[in-house]
Design a binder for this molecule. Sequence first.
Ligand code: ZN
Length: 316
Amino acid sequence: MEPIKGLHHVTALAGDPQANVDFYVVVLGLNLVKRTVNFDDPGTYHLYYGDDVGRPGTILTFFPWPGAPRGRRGTGQATATAFAVPQGSLDWWTERLAGQAVDFDSVEERFGERVLPFYDPDGLKLELVEQEGVAGWSYWQEGTIPAAHAIRGFHGVTLTVAGFERTAELLTTMGFQAGGKEGNRYRHVSGHRERGAAIDLVCAPEIQPGVVAVGTVHHIAFRSVSEEDQLGWREKIAKTGLDVTPVVDRQYFHSIYFRDPGGVLFEIATDPPGFTLDEKPGQLGSALRLPPWLEPRRRRIEETLPPIRVPQPTRT
Ligand code: ZN
């Protein structure tokens, strides 16, 4: 098996789908790379945002539940999702977020990097991290954000757990190494230093358990290079005593799921086949795509889903 390079995607719960599209496409300049449904609940959208083609490590996805209650950040959850931006970008972003009436906190420093925490319209906690060496990484060139500042995919995530040791051990099994400690924050990094390579564990037993609903992360997915590699990981994770699902076909990748000992839902997803499976690169996200097994129900599904409009991005 190849060591896990980093995050594949992060999936969160949103409220209104139109507000979600407007925020991620217009305010953050991400590309809506796929408009489909939750395969386990086809009355709900599944919206995927990423770079030009939705490369692994750039993909933030949402299940929008209009009118559903908000969740609560707490232990057993991914409590912050961090995007990588080129160095020297955060002053520009601070002005950008203020101008778009986005809720944000002041810039802080973490492991020698500048971090700007902010919140999406549903209160989902996000961060922009100035990361060395990312300027050359791909991004969505048609988006609203100039090249010097555009989001280059994930920097990593923060997992808040009541006790960090067993989660740390699992991450070590998955190929992440201890990468420093600041207060109660323990960084774990993939040796590849690719996108989404930083997994921070915040050990906070005094915090209440999180409630997964609108404005919180549902699960985080790590990358596997192939289906064969994924089966190897499945066996290795099962040997640690965790229950792992069989391989599930997610159309654009194949997935296995297991819950980390700290309570966070983990997934390992394959890099292939990717989002250009059923749409050309320039047309990603332009129409509702359904997997073959849901096509017979298309009319019914389309009647159920609220309409959404993808705004034409204008460069700021
Ligand atoms: Zn997933």
